[in-house]
Ligand binder design. Structure first.
Ligand SMILES: Nc1nc2c(ncn2[C@@H]2O[C@H](COP(=O)(O)OP(=O)(O)O)[C@@H](O)[C@H]2O)c(=O)[nH]1
Ligand SMILES: [Mg+2]
Length: 279
């Protein structure tokens, strides 16, 4: 059942003005859907105020929470450069692989750069994906300077005629300040060679409001051009998506729907809302 179905069922059962008990029940269903406190409040205001078609009014409030404008990955000729950032474990490397596979299948020449040089396992993970998909990976040894690995990757992308270069980065949080300055250095250094067209922030869609805190922190280091919400498969917390885009005013471009390389979807607000409302 879509997370809003229970809300709409309750709304449909209301006769006349909602009582305080009705409002409390509606509030509870909204909070459990993870849409966040400010949006919960806004929807309850609509419930109290609206005398016409309530479900239409709520749907249009949902729709308005999403920013309008393009959600495709920005492209540049002859080479597009994407930097993928986010906290460890959110799904960065998996998302890099998913994007790589998508563009590889459409005939592009894809280079992946392993700029998460902190752990050997991270470099291996990206190389394994690259091997499976059939794209080239640029990497260096564990502990090398991420910015110089990214710079070399960018040079190689230009010199060898790649059309898409995706840079995977580290996301360890215990050294947050270093991480943030490292990310801005990666961007600065790569841009000596080629413009970065997208900085995609990967957020775990199941952590709810916490994702908003993470996003604000990353945005201080690099300008985020798009969000990728992962682990949206099997999550009843789809409402977080709404709260996140609303609070951050950054478009959600892609959603991760599983651990497999093909489990990547374009984000389409109207489809998403239909799914939320489905009973
Ligand atoms: N269910 C699910 N798991 C995912 C998704 N994306 C990534 N994962 C899993 O999350 C874990 C961390 O992913 P990884 O790409 O290594 O994260 P990173 O540390 O940010 O690079 C792995 O077990 C992935 O298989 C997704 O969309 N759905
Ligand atoms: Mg990783």
């Amino acid at each position: 059942m879509g997370i809003f179905a229970r809300f709409f069922e309750k709304v449909a059962s209301l006769r006349g003005e909602p009582s305080p008990a009705d409002i409390a029940e509606l509030q509870e269903t909204l909070i459990s859907s993870d849409i966040g406190p400010s949006f919960t409040k806004e929807i309850l205001e609509i419930v109290k105020r609206e005398r016409g078609d309530l479900s239409l009014a709520v749907k249009s409030a949902l729709m308005k929470s999403f920013i309008s404008g393009p959600r495709e990955i920005s492209r540049r000729q002859p080479l597009t450069t994407i930097m993928v950032v986010g906290v460890n474990g959110t799904g960065k490397t998996t998302t890099v692989a998913k994007i790589a596979q998508r563009f590889h299948l459409s005939g592009e020449k894809v280079l992946l750069t392993a700029a998460d040089t902190f752990r050997a396992a991270a470099i291996e993970q990206l190389s394994t994906w690259a091997g499976r998909i059939g794209v080239v990976v640029h990497s260096s040894s564990t502990g090398s300077d991420p910015a110089s690995v990214a710079f070399d990757g960018a040079r190689r992308a230009v010199d060898e005629g790649f059309t898409l270069h995706i840079i995977d980065t580290a996301g360890r949080l215990h050294t947050a300040n270093n991480l943030m300055s490292e990310l801005s250095k990666v961007k600065r250094v790569v841009e000596k060679v080629s413009q970065i067209d997208e900085v995609l922030l990967v957020l775990d869609g199941t952590v709810g409001q916490n994702a908003i805190v993470q996003a604000r922190e990353f945005a201080t280091a690099v300008p985020i051009t798009g969000l990728v919400l992962t682990k949206m498969d099997g999550s009843a917390k789809g409402g977080a998506l709404l709260a996140i885009e609303r609070e951050l005013s950054i478009p959600i471009k892609l959603i991760g729907m599983g651990e497999k390389v093909q489990d990547l979807e374009d984000f389409e607000p109207s489809h998403f809302i239909d799914r939320l409302l489905a009973s």
